[in-house]
Design a protein around this ligand. Structure first.
Ligand SMILES: NC(=O)C1=CN([C@@H]2O[C@H](COP(=O)(O)OP(=O)(O)OC[C@H]3O[C@@H](n4cnc5c(N)ncnc54)[C@H](OP(=O)(O)O)[C@@H]3O)[C@@H](O)[C@H]2O)C=CC1
Ligand SMILES: C[C@H]1O[C@H](OP(=O)(O)OP(=O)(O)OC[C@H]2O[C@@H](n3cnc4c(=O)[nH]c(N)nc43)[C@H](O)[C@@H]2O)[C@@H](O)[C@@H](O)C1=O
Length: 336
């Protein structure tokens, strides 16, 4: 596992997906690095458009790239929009990685996900368990696209010597999360649902599935800090898991969110909803050896995320107005 020093200071650094949850956390953290930050909105460049991506890279010539743009969503979004999760994520990965290579990019970080590991791989999930067994069916298209991105980064490194690295974050949450009622991840979904129940005085909140699956949750500013650390110090084809090394059942997690929000009613479980993979805990020993560990506890992170949700007028203003109509009207869009 090679370790090198890579300076961000003074470099042209492109954050792809800078308006997303991870991208905006990277932007906050990169503000301390004295880099020349490059961004481009989706309305200017759709990263699925190969010619547009090539032209933008040729004009801007970023020296470092954080590839945090992707089609992202929770278990239902992944399982419903299967074509988009495969097509968008394959296109974004191939376009950006190839353009980075062709335009002299010195370093690139590709974002995989803990869902690239086999559904029943031994826990905690080690980096070398990728491609050792069948994937979780609810997110197979997304995982296949992510595995292709990882293999691209690996291939450009072995064939051309490109310093492209891949990180595997666990389930993330925090400011900038997507609070869509159907398509969000569990943390955002439960923050919104418990908050709305508290405000409306509802006596019962329904949590999807059986409550028995176990998940690991990392606050997104911790993730961004780990990524900057690895970008500056890590250079190897081997994947690096990024997580806390701690897990919790969904039922226990729901109790934590309810307590943080001050919801005192009952919690029920809708077992017609998918559980997904039964357990997903990352082995973070490689990350630990590389000198990084998470700082923000789950309790603290939920409080911070709840505060960020309340301050996020994209969700709280319109939700009060008409939550259901909005969800139906934009059913193909996982963010709005
Ligand atoms: N969230 C999580 O729990 C986890 C996330 N990851 C990975 O981290 C990365 C970031 O995820 P996260 O921040 O949560 O996701 P978000 O959905 O919050 O952000 C994704 C970003 O990608 C942009 N984007 C999507 N499609 C396109 C496109 N076709 N052209 C241009 N830009 C596009 C979005 O643009 P716009 O703002 O216009 O919508 C948005 O800025 C992804 O690679 C994801 O797979 C990995 C593990 C867990
Ligand atoms: C980050 C990760 O995200 C996805 O995988 P996931 O871990 O299954 O993510 P999730 O957050 O949607 O669910 C976690 C657990 O929570 C339960 N759950 C309860 N109640 C709600 C609820 O209201 N919403 C959601 N979404 N889940 C709920 C749900 O049934 C499941 O058991 C993949 O897309 C994958 O591609 C990926 O990378």
């Amino acid at each position: 596992m090679a370790s090198t020093a890579f300076e961000l200071k003074g470099k042209r650094v492109f954050v792809a997906g800078h308006r997303g949850m991870v991208g905006s956390a990277l932007m906050r953290r990169l503000a301390r690095e004295q880099a020349d930050l490059l961004t481009v909105s989706r309305s200017q460049i759709d990263l699925r458009d190969q010619a547009a991506v090539n032209a933008w890279f040729a004009a801007k010539r970023p020296q470092a790239v954080f590839l945090a743009a992707a089609k992202v969503g929770g278990i239902v979004a992944n399982n419903t929009l299967r074509a988009e999760f495969l097509y968008d994520n394959l296109a974004i990965a191939t376009n950006v990685i190839q353009a980075a290579h062709a335009n002299g990019c010195e370093k690139l970080m590709f974002f995989g996900s803990s869902c690239i590991y086999p559904r029943l791989a031994p826990q905690p999930l080690r980096e070398d368990s990728m491609l050792t067994g069948p994937l979780e069916p609810t997110n197979e298209p997304y995982a296949i696209a992510k595995i292709a991105g990882i293999k691209m980064a690996e291939a450009y490194r072995s064939q051309y010597g490109s310093d492209f690295i891949s990180v595997m974050p666990t389930n993330l949450y925090g400011p900038g999360d997507n609070y869509h009622p159907e398509y969000s991840h569990v943390v955002a979904a439960l923050i919104r649902r418990f908050h709305e129940a508290k405000v409306s005085g509802a006596g019962n909140v329904v949590v999807w599935g059986t409550g028995t699956p176990r998940r690991e949750f990392l606050y997104v500013d911790d993730l961004a800090d780990a990524c900057i650390h690895l970008m500056k110090t890590y250079s190897s084809p081997e994947l690096v898991n990024i997580g806390t090394g701690e897990e919790i059942t969904i039922a226990e997690f729901a109790l934590l969110v309810a307590a943080a929000i001050g919801f005192r009613g009952e919690i029920g479980f809708d077992t017609s909803r998918p559980d997904g993979t039964p357990r997903k805990l990352l082995d973070v020993s490689r990350l630990g050896r590389l000198g990084w560990r998470a700082q923000i506890s789950l309790q603290e992170g939920i409080q911070l995320a709840y505060r960020a949700y309340l301050a996020d007028s994209r969700w709280t203003a319109r939700v009060t107005a008409c939550p259901d109509k909005r969800a139906q009207g934009r059913s193909q869009n996982t963010r709005r």
